[in-house]
Write a protein that binds this ligand. Structure first.
Ligand SMILES: [Zn+2]
Length: 181
């Protein structure tokens, strides 16, 4: 019993149209949501010219699917039927949905949809934003914030300088030497 219950709930994570179990806290992996958004951004980017006009006029979930189908049967198979077309409709009707810039529209839709409705579109966007920031910080990596010379001072100190001076006696590195290093 337990085993079966767990198995089916794990499966739901990757299925578009399954309903979420009632009364159970839903755990979603942030990196997975962001990964899915990146895929969706690419995919929507490729079809946006074809589907956008019809999609943005859609009034029903079926019209959403019909619009996406302009880009191929794949989309109907992938997203419908079930709750995803309804979710897309909700996202498109969000007052915050970008009105003009295409890339912003694509990003908004992808980020909102990325959690597949397991959390609210708003929360899904927040997760993506968070992961994107984290990724950016990681890609920037570490950088040098201070450079110190290795010095041999007449006071006997040998080692890294501190603020361009001997760490032991404070003698400054003469400018004439500084340029030689
Ligand atoms: Zn010294």
């Amino acid at each position: 019993m337990l085993k079966n219950g767990r198995k089916s709930s794990e499966k739901e994570l990757d299925t578009f149209s399954q309903k979420r179990p009632v009364g159970r806290p839903y755990r979603i992996a942030a990196s997975e949501v962001w990964g899915r958004s990146q895929n969706l951004r690419l995919q929507f980017g490729q079809i946006w010219n074809t589907v956008a006009e019809t999609l943005l006029r859609a009034q029903t979930p079926e019209e959403v699917l019909k619009a996406l189908e302009l880009a191929g049967q794949y989309w109907r198979n992938e997203l419908g039927p079930g709750r995803i077309p309804t979710l897309i409709l909700t996202i498109l009707r969000d007052p915050k949905f970008p009105k003009q810039r295409v890339q912003q529209q694509i990003n908004f839709l992808a980020d909102s949809l990325a959690a597949l409705g397991n959390v609210s579109p708003r929360r899904s966007r927040d997760i993506c934003e968070q992961e994107r920031r984290k990724e950016k910080e990681e890609s920037m990596g570490h950088h040098i914030i201070r450079r110190e010379y290795y010095v041999e001072c007449s006071c006997g100190y040998q080692g890294p300088a501190l603020n361009n001076a001997c760490r032991k006696c404070g003698a400054e590195i003469p400018a004439s030497l500084e340029y030689l290093i």
